[in-house]
Design a binder for this molecule. Structure first.
Ligand SMILES: NC(=O)c1ccc[n+]([C@@H]2O[C@H](COP(=O)([O-])OP(=O)(O)OC[C@H]3O[C@@H](n4cnc5c(N)ncnc54)[C@H](OP(=O)(O)O)[C@@H]3O)[C@@H](O)[C@H]2O)c1
Length: 270
């Protein structure tokens, strides 16, 4: 399938590692020049060098914190200048485990607000800065990486930062469709990234079993926390979905939500 991405340009927020890095890689492999944005300069520069060497596309690192509007605005302006134009924005600039967790009694207000500020407001700030550039091109894509904890009761902070991203997605899709811009959201399930070995090793120590056993136990078909494919989702599998949504072939898909979680849970959505 020809995706029609050759010659397009993208900003991938959170592109220095994890799901964002996998998406930046997928886009660059399809002929997209990419700016990757995150806070840690060393990791950004290492990733940019790695992706540039692998794909021979322009991959430029820009340091910015999505919680600071002025940093976001200037990073997006700089990115559009360096790339010559802007076609695609991917919002993946947030860590999977926030500061706030646990029961309502244990919620620390500032931690909860910080989580929301990074994930929801960060995506909103990046979209707000990118939209004028996308409108200029009369062709644009915004892809918000949310999370399937939006659909699973339990983690109040994860729910509060993931669920409204779906609303933002649908709202922006309605406003931007006339400009040739689509806006979509992906809910990843538990996804293997660079941080996964550490997470599995910690759980293995707690349970007194091996990391392989933890993974088998948590993701087996018959485990309550498992899914239909019986394993973790790979970051490249989220990237495949994002690259398709970014492509010209997905031009009629907008305001939508794609769940890439290996079929977790028993709920039926219609
Ligand atoms: N992995 C999963 O299992 C999973 C499941 C469901 C949903 N998700 C969602 O997918 C998104 C990405 O997760 P991931 O697993 O890829 O995380 P990750 O590997 O920790 O990568 C997060 C990326 O975001 C950047 N970032 C974090 N805070 C930032 C900030 N304030 N400003 C700018 N950049 C920032 C990080 O770089 P710096 O730290 O250097 O800034 C890094 O590039 C998150 O929203 C997460 O909730 C992940």
């Amino acid at each position: 399938m020809q995706l029609g991405l050759e010659g397009k340009t993208a900003i991938v927020v959170g592109g220095s590692r994890g799901i964002g890095k996998a998406i930046a890689t997928g886009l660059a492999r399809e002929g997209v020049d990419v700016v990757i944005i995150a806070r840690s300069r060393d990791q950004l520069e290492t990733t940019a060098r790695e992706l540039q060497a692998e794909t021979a596309r322009k991959v430029v690192p820009i340091v910015a914190d999505v919680t600071v509007r002025q940093q976001v605005d200037s990073a997006v302006t700089k990115a559009a200048d360096l790339l010559g134009k802007l076609n695609i924005l991917v919002n993946s600039g947030s860590v999977p485990v926030g500061k706030a967790g646990g029961s309502i009694e244990s919620i620390v207000d500032d931690d909860f607000l910080d989580d929301f500020n990074v994930k929801y407001m960060g995506a909103l700030r990046c979209a707000r800065a990118a939209i004028p550039h996308l409108i200029n091109q009369r062709w644009g894509r915004i892809i918000n990486i949310s999370g399937n904890s939006a659909r699973i009761a339990g983690n109040l902070s994860a729910g509060a930062r993931n669920t409204p991203l779906v609303h933002l997605t649908k709202t922006l899709a309605g406003q931007l469709g006339r400009h040739g811009i689509t806006v979509n959201c992906i809910h990843p399930g538990a996804t293997r990234t660079e941080r996964t070995p550490g997470v599995l090793a910690k759980r293995a120590r707690e349970l007194g079993i091996t990391p392989v056993e933890v993974e088998r136990r948590d993701y087996a078909h018959d485990s309550p926390s498992g899914n239909s494919i019986g394993r973790m989702v790979e970051a490249t599998e989220i990237a495949d979905c994002a690259v398709f949504l970014a492509s010209d072939r997905a031009r009629a898909i907008t305001g939508g939500l794609v769940v890439v979680d290996g079929g977790a849970g028993q709920a039926v959505y219609y």
